[in-house]
Design a protein around this ligand. Sequence first.
Ligand code: AMP
Ligand code: MG
Length: 402
Amino acid sequence: MMSFEAARERLLVDVPHLPAERVVLDSALGRVLAEALVATAPIPPFSYSAMDGYVLATRDLVGTGPWSLPVRGESRTGRPAPALEVGAACVISTGAEVPAGADAVLPREVVEAAAAGIRFEGKVRPGQHIRRAGEDLAVGAVALEKGSRLGPAALGLAASLDATEVVVARRPRVTILCTGDELRAPGSAKVPGKIPESNSAPLAALAGMAGATVRRHPHVGDDRDATEHAIREALADTDLLLTVGGVSVGDHDWVRPALEAQGVVLDFWKVSIKPGKPLAFGRHQGGTAAVLGLPGNPASALITFSLFGMPLLRAMQGDRAPAPSFVALPLAERLTHKPGRLEFVRVALAPREGRLSVVPFENQASGALTSLAWADGLALVPGEVETLDAGALVEVLRLQDL
Ligand code: AMP
Ligand code: MG
């Protein structure tokens, strides 16, 4: 059985990158840059005032003040600045261009204004309240590295560089194939022994969060031929096939042999984690699809997909940081653990005595969706641990970071 770290390393090594495409900025949120975004113009493009007030040249201020200067002209936003008269100040608005030769802005609030001009005292520092051209980004500087995942502010940065489109990795195509004789569509007639299929919806949502487009294959019963047939169809035009259920050692678990019969070479099929021990990963030989065989228990399926599938989808897009980081947070209460596998414990994060603290849920069963639906994070409890005291730091993967 493979360790979590080893399995994830195997999964993320040498992942082939998807081809690049151009998308408009408005649909680029969450996408991964396939080439660096380089500043073709300085940011800011010209020196401007950060305050409403008066702009002047400090060389015109002799002595220690207070000073009086006449006011000549105005620099307004959206137009070129007027020339600065020697020995005078000029009215200026926030965002308006600083006239050539001027080097300081006096905020309106520190100035006494009268018909004859302005009066002020105190230190006037060259450069004050002026944002210099190129001070944020010089021409030729890298604004966003290749492999950056585009957040809202990155879209703003691209727009400020006049980009209307960005070059990103194409969205990975995910196909979901659920298996199990007991499954029926949610909302369909109740049948004794059957349960609503509840894994496709959350898996599609998680895959979408990782940038994928999702296709759902009709679910298949626990039958070898039907499973093989469905897998053959599902492998077509897919970058990642997710099978759900039927990957364990039961008499009716056909996914593993069916995958192998369809030319999928499995890299591993058991990982020493809880929940989610039966987890298969492989690649379709002769095709390009990667395959994750997820366990059917809902909490296991969603947690293993979050830990393995989402980083894999991000790696396919060339994401420089495909896996989310963990943060160390204190336990709100004592935690006991059966030594064995590394466990991902569903927890709430709640303020206790002024610190965000980790509160494990009671029901950690592999089939229990309640505690996962209510959870803020997964706390990582190493295999050898028996107890952890209240206040002990544990590594937590916040679900919002997925
Ligand atoms: P399996 O991995 O096929 O052995 O299934 C393990 C457990 O998960 C069983 O209790 C199944 O009924 C349940 N299960 C499997 N697939 C799904 C699904 N798509 N939706 C809800 N429960 C499922
Ligand atoms: Mg099953």
